[in-house]
Design a protein around this ligand. Sequence first.
Ligand SMILES: Nc1nc2c(c(=O)[nH]1)N[C@H]1C(S)=C(S)[C@@H](COP(=O)(O)OP(=O)(O)OC[C@H]3O[C@@H](n4cnc5c(=O)[nH]c(N)nc54)[C@H](O)[C@@H]3O)O[C@H]1N2
Ligand SMILES: Nc1nc2c(c(=O)[nH]1)N[C@H]1C(S)=C(S)[C@@H](COP(=O)(O)OP(=O)(O)OC[C@H]3O[C@@H](n4cnc5c(=O)[nH]c(N)nc54)[C@H](O)[C@@H]3O)O[C@H]1N2
Ligand code: SF4
Ligand SMILES: [Mo]
Length: 683
Amino acid sequence: MSVKTIISDCMLCVWDCGIKAHLEDGRLIKVEGLPEHPVSRGYICPRGEALPDYVYSSNRLRTPMLREKGYWQRVNWDTALDYCAEKLTRVKEKYDAKSLAVFCGSVGVENIEVATFARRFKGAFGTPNLLSVENICYRARILARQLTFGRYPLDDPKDSRCIVLWGHNPDGSKGMLGELIREKLAKEGLKLIVINPKRIPLAEETFHLPIRPGTDMALALAMINVIIKEDLYDHDFVKEYTVGFDELVKHVENYTPEWAQEITWLPASDIITAARMFAQVKPGCIIQGINSLDQHRNGLQNSRILSILQAITGNVFKPGSWVTVPRIPLTNLSFKDQEKPIGADDFPVFSSLWGRQAPFGIATLFPEAVLEGKPYPVRACIVTAANPVVSFPAAGLFKKAFAGLDFLAVIDPFFSETAELADVVLPACTFLEKGGLSYVYGVVFGEPFAMLHHKVIEPISDSWPDWKIWSELARRLGLGEYFPWQSDEEVMDAFIEPGDFKDQLKASPLGTYYGEKQYNVHEKKKLGTPSGIIELYSQTLKDYGYDPIPVYMEPYQSPVNTPELYQKYPLILISGERRQEYTHTQQRHVPVLRNSNREPLAEIHPATASQYGVLDYSMIRVETKSGSMKLRACLTEKIAPGVVSVPHGWADANVNLLVDMEAIDPITAYPDFKAVLCRIESV
Ligand SMILES: Nc1nc2c(c(=O)[nH]1)N[C@H]1C(S)=C(S)[C@@H](COP(=O)(O)OP(=O)(O)OC[C@H]3O[C@@H](n4cnc5c(=O)[nH]c(N)nc54)[C@H](O)[C@@H]3O)O[C@H]1N2
Ligand SMILES: Nc1nc2c(c(=O)[nH]1)N[C@H]1C(S)=C(S)[C@@H](COP(=O)(O)OP(=O)(O)OC[C@H]3O[C@@H](n4cnc5c(=O)[nH]c(N)nc54)[C@H](O)[C@@H]3O)O[C@H]1N2
Ligand code: SF4
Ligand SMILES: [Mo]
């Protein structure tokens, strides 16, 4: 028996933890964390440990599948790809190239190979329509920080003395951060503020503000009011490096803690304490939930106000605050769009900030483009590394749109719910079956670190890496010249120019730093904003007709904004808190994970449950004005009374049937996943 261990990293979710993959006779038998990995430091979550079961799952797609007259047939690659090429050619001739959309999920954004090839293909085909989770997930905060700082700084918790976990539960969504915070609490007496309608594990012994969902902006404005009134802001920093402070002072005058108390369900005294703590214990960083604030009709401004809070306390570009890292030197393999993607005209800041063209359109407008032909018809779609009929809001509408296309192909290692609607399904291999590059650490951790992603096993059955699928399809469309690569290695070489960095990566199996965190950049050079300094007041937003300083806005559905609806739906639904066992809609078929998290549960406070006669673990119906679903209740005092928290990603109990797109953010088109009015009843 031959035994082998391969150092690689897990790409099941965005954090890319280092792993040791143990093999016997070429078969993966065990996966452990990699203590030498400087970012994940040996951390591994249950999904990582379950990788052998995931990768060898009997649910894997083994060959391409073609649907003919309603029946699925296994076919070979030639048949499947010829069919796709013929359909795509027909759609292009009948409409034009831009009637094709390429749709990418979170893997399709984070995995450089999956993302790059999808992008390159759409460029070569001639459509500008790359649609992705960019406008439900991570982009709003990037944009908000760019608008404020002219670049994208990230929290630097290692060196912080005060951390604010704002709508973020690391134990569910970013385990290694939870470990780091616990170490700092034990060793360094870290001050931790948790702002969350739920008492998450890290809130147990620390300062917890159980806020009303969707009202974070009110809290932030009131904290700024206190910091200014009590003269706790960083005078020198504000004077030297920011623009718009005088306007900010006037702006927050009436946003007092007493005003915010009414709105947020938090006592004014706690708001004052939080403001003082954050302004006085330095360095400090707000670690913003990736989307608990952005997924709101005022989401971009929610992210902006946190940037302003960080700036006026001087917590920028210093160790332990928010810092930037250099960009990794990679070759851009995308084409420049010749036409505008859907949504570009209506969401100009999202689509092009200061002349930098975003390479994607507005995914939440996809149903409108398919079903109503607005702003022009989208008639064909290739979905890769995404399961939008479950993961996107207004799930019924998305399903209708995917079902209504002239042609739908899905590239996935598994037969997803979106694949069920397809004409052709193409079996991709998982990240363990291909080599690549892991570089997202700089973008999501602020660590300028990268490693070569080493292939662990051979592709299962007849599955192919994504690059090969796109390349072979392109060849059949006469676009082969743009896809000359023949192996994982050649693909990697295309990303990284030969030279020192490539040599360094190849010589470092455990990964390597490609640069250093950038401190004090504001002192050294002009920032990328029009003024060259930090913009508390954004003239850019003003010029586009948006608020230059964030104004508080109630969630669209709320006791205050829609009191009549509140009469009928007197509870607040929040959706999508992450669980260790699953990445979004994935892994439900992995027995060890399913055994530890069997079904979706609606978390409800016992006092709220008793008002509706709901017992623990009993079946309930959760209903919003858009739809209803059945699932079991989990009574817990951890969740604020009046709030119902439902996880996302469960195809048979899809919370996105309850979330609509009636009020999307006017700047980013994000939907509101987090504060929707609902009611519950026993069934
Ligand atoms: N296990 C696992 N990890 C993941 C993922 C996964 O699917 N599974 N997905 C990855 C991806 S793509 C993303 S985008 C991130 C998401 O990461 P996050 O958005 O940070 O998700 P959570 O850590 O679950 O934090 C959401 C928290 O916000 C709270 N919350 C809800 N509404 C509000 C509100 O209005 N205000 C405030 N202050 N808090 C609120 C919830 O109670 C919950 O504890 O996770 C990543 N990590
Ligand atoms: N209600 C609610 N809904 C939400 C959220 C929420 O908080 N609340 N969060 C949203 C967020 S932040 C996100 S990012 C989205 C995520 O939404 P999606 O990205 O659509 O969800 P996933 O389930 O991760 O789908 C990924 C698909 O990629 C496939 N896949 C895995 N590896 C590969 C590969 O190497 N190649 C290919 N081609 N396919 C692969 C998987 O099998 C799976 O079918 O969900 C969103 N939905
Ligand atoms: S799934 Fe778990 S082990 Fe894998 S990258 Fe994400 S957090 Fe790390
Ligand atoms: Mo996400």
